[in-house]
Design a protein around this ligand. Structure first.
Ligand code: SF4
Ligand code: SF4
Length: 225
C-alpha cells in the first residue's frame, strides 16, 4: 500500500485521522469478503476464474456499486443543504486563492492533463510574495498558515474588477462555479458558506476520504485483473 501511505503523509492532520479510520473500515469490508482459507492479498495477481480473482471482482462490485452509490447520495444531500446559504460577494475566493503547489508544479500538472490545474491556471496568477498576499486579507493568511502543515502559495484572479465583480462571469471555469464544494478548502470568516462548511465538514471529509480510498483500491485491483 505504498502509494496510499504517500498520500496519507501529505494530508492535513485532521483529515489524515479521518482518512486512516476510513481506510481501516474499507479494509475490514474487503477482508469480510475474503474466501475462507485464501492466503493472498487483494492486490495480488490471481489466475482468471480462481477464488482470488472472484474475490477481487466481488470487492470491485462492493466498492463501485453499493458503497459508492451511498457516498454520492450523502454528498448530494450535503450539496443540497448548501443551497440554504448564500455567497456574500466578499470576493476573497477570487482575490486570495491558495494552493500547496507552486506555479511551476501547477504548470507541470496541467501539461500532464490535470484538469483542476488547467482550470486553476486559466484564471489565477501568483502573488509576487506571501507578504503581498498578506496585505489583502491578513486574518485569512493567518488562518491558512495555522491549518496547513506545509508551505502554501497564494494566487489572485486578474478578472476580478475593483468593485469585486467577475468581469468574465458567463465564461468562468467550473472550479469557480463549484467553490466551495471541496471539503478540504479552508474558508475565510467573510464567506457566506462558512457556517455550512463547519456543519458538514466532518461527514464531508469522511466521504471525501472514502472516495479517495475507493479510487485507489479500484485502480490497483484493475491493474492486476
Ligand atoms: S474567473 Fe471570475 S469567478 Fe473565477 S476567480 Fe476570476 S473573478 Fe473569480
Ligand atoms: S469567499 Fe465565499 S462569500 Fe466570498 S465571494 Fe467566495 S464564495 Fe462568495
Amino acid at each position: 500500500m505504498s502509494d496510499l501511505n504517500n498520500t496519507i503523509k501529505s494530508l492535513r492532520k485532521e483529515y489524515r485521522e479521518i482518512f486512516l479510520k476510513s481506510a481501516e473500515e474499507i479494509k475490514a469490508k474487503v477482508e469480510a469478503l475474503r474466501p475462507q482459507g485464501l492466503k493472498g492479498e487483494i492486490f495480488d495477481k490471481y489466475e482468471r476464474g480462481s477464488e482470488g480473482f472472484l474475490w477481487q471482482k466481488k470487492v470491485l462490485d462492493l466498492l463501485q456499486n453499493d458503497i459508492s452509490k451511498e457516498i454520492y447520495r450523502k454528498l448530494n444531500e450535503i450539496l443540497a443543504y448548501r443551497a440554504q446559504f448564500n455567497c456574500t460577494g466578499c470576493a476573497t475566493c477570487c482575490n486570495l486563492a491558495c494552493s500547496e503547489f507552486s506555479p511551476e508544479e501547477l504548470k507541470e500538472k496541467a501539461q500532464n492533463g490535470d484538469n483542476f490545474a488547467q482550470q486553476f491556471l486559466s484564471v489565477f496568477i501568483p502573488y509576487n510574495s506571501k507578504e503581498e498576499a498578506r496585505e489583502v486579507y491578513p486574518e485569512y493568511i493567518e488562518l491558512l498558515e495555522k491549518n496547513k502543515e506545509y508551505d502554501v502559495y497564494f494566487y489572485h484572479c486578474p478578472k476580478l474588477t475593483e468593485d469585486k465583480r467577475c468581469s468574465d462571469y458567463e465564461n468562468r471555469p467550473q472550479i469557480c462555479r463549484d467553490f466551495p464544494d471541496n471539503p478540504l478548502s479552508i474558508l475565510p470568516d467573510s464567506c457566506g458558506y462558512k457556517k455550512w462548511k463547519e456543519e458538514v465538514e466532518p461527514i464531508a471529509l469522511m466521504l471525501h476520504s472514502m472516495v479517495e480510498i475507493i479510487d485507489f483500491y479500484c485502480a490497483k485491483i484493475n491493474s492486476v485483473l
